[in-house]
Design a protein around this ligand. Structure first.
Ligand code: AMO
Length: 445
């Protein structure tokens, strides 16, 4: 009887292992990315999952003769001899002298756009998004999302090393956690429910169990406006921690997370970082400024007339980003103590001045990428705040179980993954760093 043992029978060698196969005949599988005909030979670039490998076809190397059916985006198995040389900087370089090409499949049609340049040149963002499944085959495009993988991986790794438990909360919810109007309503067998605006209610509940939890998952916001920073579905990297001494613990955790992520990108994503021209910020310490001090600064130093004294508009965030960079030498700045009226019901008011909260946002190069803060843990206090803000505590009975049956002082944060990637790459639009964006005008592909 045939049995399956979990060991893949690979007949190929990874590009990273070419060094140990120097001079040997090996096989690789991938797409024909590009063919460049020279006099007497051709360069055949094979695109594998993460590399583009230079192969050389010449009738001199073997009896193999070029098959005229071969074309760009054909899936092939190439067998050949690994040959090493030195590049201009003296680094080792490996290529494959082709002995054989086996066609595994052929495309039905030619590509609608040129993907085999280093980056997609002169193609509108809407076209790139329409053609995402193939546009992503471009090396720079795919590098963006490999970097995004690195960010989420760094978040997970760092937190797991620091005693956090990964949770999965439901995306079909009985109530919106963040207030406001941007909640998607859903008919659930005749009952009205909501798509999760955030995992807020559940991550807090799980603090009562695991003390430190995190989740990386999609959240949904019914934003009705079409901006370069808003999506209707985005990935939220959330954490929540109990037994804190204050909301500074949350900010310290975020600084630790960010340092870890940036280091991971430098070490394990160096090629993608170079390809996507990522400017990795140096993080030692992140400056902190109170909300009202920031408003004051905007009005005095920048002569800015705020339209809203309870929040920042994008222009204000940009100015604060410039100030942080120029005057404080930091790509990031924490803004703390946001007005109580603008923060959700779970936010703890500052005992020293209840008009303001023990909350913060983190701006990265002038864009809000995180909100966080300390939460109310006392049952009576939470119920009272809900009533004050016009929220019916009865609707949140199960959420309030945490408070009713004992909650530690706790707090947490949520980071928008696509926004962080956007400003890391210096992209102008958050859609550029969203694999399949959902916005007011787009639900495909
Ligand atoms: P908040 O609603 O501020 O806080 O969201 C947290 C972070 O998520 C990102 N973000 C978005 N990204 C893309 N498109 C959007 N429409 C969008 N809306 C928000 C931003 C933002 O900083 N529960 C709290 C977090 C917490 O306190 O733990 C929350 O969701 O980067």
């Amino acid at each position: 009887m045939e049995k399956i043992n979990g060991i893949l029978n690979t007949d190929t060698v990874a590009f990273a292992d070419f060094k140990s196969h120097d001079g040997e005949v090996v096989s690789i599988k991938g797409y024909i990315h590009r063919v460049r005909e020279m006099t007497g030979f051709s360069f055949v670039i094979i695109r594998t999952a993460r590399d583009t490998i230079q192969c050389v076809y010449s009738p001199d190397f073997s009896d193999y003769r070029w098959d005229e059916k071969l074309c760009e985006e054909a899936c092939v198995k190439v067998t050949g001899k690994v040959v090493s040389s030195k590049d201009a900087k003296g680094n080792d370089r490996y290529e494959l002298q082709i002995h054989n090409i086996e066609i595994l499949s052929l495309p039905a049609e030619g590509l609608p756009i040129v993907i085999n340049k280093k980056q997609l040149d002169n193609i509108q963002l809407s076209t790139i998004l329409d053609l995402r499944p193939v546009a992503m085959r471009n090396p720079k495009e795919r590098a963006i999302f490999k970097i995004q993988e690195g960010i989420a991986r760094g978040f997970r790794e760092y937190l797991m090393q620091n005693g956090f438990t990964e949770i999965r909360s439901p995306k079909i919810n009985y109530a919106g956690a963040e207030g406001g109007t941007n909640v998607f309503k859903l008919d659930y067998f005749g009952k009205q429910v909501y798509l999760a605006q955030s995992p807020q209610l559940y991550k807090q509940a799980m603090v009562g169990v695991y003390q430190r939890v995190f989740e990386i998952a999609p959240v949904f916001r019914a934003e009705h406006h079409d901006t370069s920073r808003h999506l209707n579905e985005y990935t939220s990297m959330d954490l929540e921690m109990g037994f804190i001494n204050g909301f500074e613990d949350i900010m310290n955790t975020e600084v630790g997370v960010l340092k870890y992520i940036m280091n991971l990108l430098k070490t394990e994503y160096a090629e993608e970082v170079a390809l996507a021209h990522v400017d990795i910020p140096e993080i030692t310490e992140i400056p902190v400024m109170k909300f009202m001090d920031a408003k004051e600064l905007l009005m005095t130093k920048f002569k800015y007339k705020p339209s809203d004294m309870k929040d920042f508009d994008p222009a204000e965030e940009e100015l604060l980003g410039k100030y942080a960079k120029k005057e404080l030498g930091s790509d990031f700045i924490f803004i703390t103590h946001y007005p109580s009226k603008k923060r959700p019901f779970y936010t703890m008011d500052d005992p020293a001045d209840p008009e303001y909260t023990l909350s913060f946002d983190l701006l990265f190069r002038g864009l809000e990428i995180t909100s966080g803060g300390q939460r109310i843990h006392d049952y009576k206090e939470q119920v009272e705040k809900m009533i004050k803000l016009g929220t019916n505590p009865e609707e949140f009975e199960t959420y309030l179980m945490l408070h009713k049956y004992g909650a530690p002082p706790h707090g947490g944060l949520g980071i928008g993954l696509e926004r962080l990637t956007m400003h890391l790459l210096g992209a102008k639009n958050v859609r550029e760093t969203t694999m399949f964006p959902r916005d007011i005008n787009r639900v495909t592909p």
